[in-house]
Write a new protein. Sequence first.
Length: 380
Amino acid sequence: MDAQRQQLIAAVRAAAADGRTLRLRGGGTKDFWGAPLQGEVLDTRAYAGIISYEPSELVVTVRGGTPLAELEAALAEKGQCLAFEPPHFGPGATVGGMVAAGLSGPARASVGAVRDFVLGARCINGKGEDLTFGGQVMKNVAGYDVSRLLAGSWGTLGIITEVSLKVLPVAPAEATLMCTGIGQKDALDLLHRWGGQPLPLNASAWVRDTTAQPVADYLFVRLRGAVAAVQSAVGKMSADAAALGAQVHVMDNAEASQDWRASGEQTLQFFEPPSGELCLWRLSVPQTEPVLDLPYPQYIEWQGAQRWLWAPATAAAQLREAAQGVGGHATLFRASLLGGATDKAVGVSTPLDAVQQRIQRELQKQFDPQGVFATGRMGI
């Protein structure tokens, strides 16, 4: 494996010497995200494999090119998991791509994001230097936590060759409540109330099903934790929802598990483009923010903190104003089927302010002074 790492180092150094730009790519399952892709592709999948795994220590160290499915299967054999439920968006997703994208699934609001589980990382910077940050234990950082900085960097700071991750045991008990007939305002109020109580609330999703006859609103909540805690919470939360007129049903765990995975992987019906002109927008707002005054149907996750909607690219200013008005931001997550790269001209992400831009530029200068790694995807 050292030979494959040396090949990556040599490729970066050669690009730096020739003035070429490289685009880092694992499985390519998230190529849809960000501004139009540029640069010569450098495939990272050859550097793969689990280096060490200590179930009793809840730590795994794995190479960046390792298939994400392979890592999850190894953890499942020991009754453990990646608690943040990273989306794959395709069968070829890699561990390095998972960290570089920094995307989390339904449980993110309760357990934390990808970066919260990164203990250490090894990367190759734009000068072809082999760098190591952090370690393989829970408390290992003195000073700036560079390893977690790589989470969400989208390949703009370096090649993530190895990463050490904190893993967690699978919860002993789980239950999903489906509450039918509860509107968005009441659903958010309930979630905010439950969030202030000692309940094992792990994930939530609210959606209006416009294909049903008649149209119906649904709130789904997933509970995870000790058996007694989950059983107690099912009774209390069912009563709270019923008091608002909702019909409450405890779903079969196997069926619910498929639905939660479909939610994270965006294969639910909501995520099918309603028309070829609409883009999928992601609004990140404070968790306790009430209903946003927007004319677009929404799918709401993370106890209110993440709100998805379909709207044209021309609605960018309206959506960003609404999100920024409550201290959040809006991202064009998927371009429309017809617009493609043209849609992204409105800007994929909310523009950074002057201070954030300066920090971003300085970080880029330290990691990649010659601009080897393509940064256009993030608009920098």
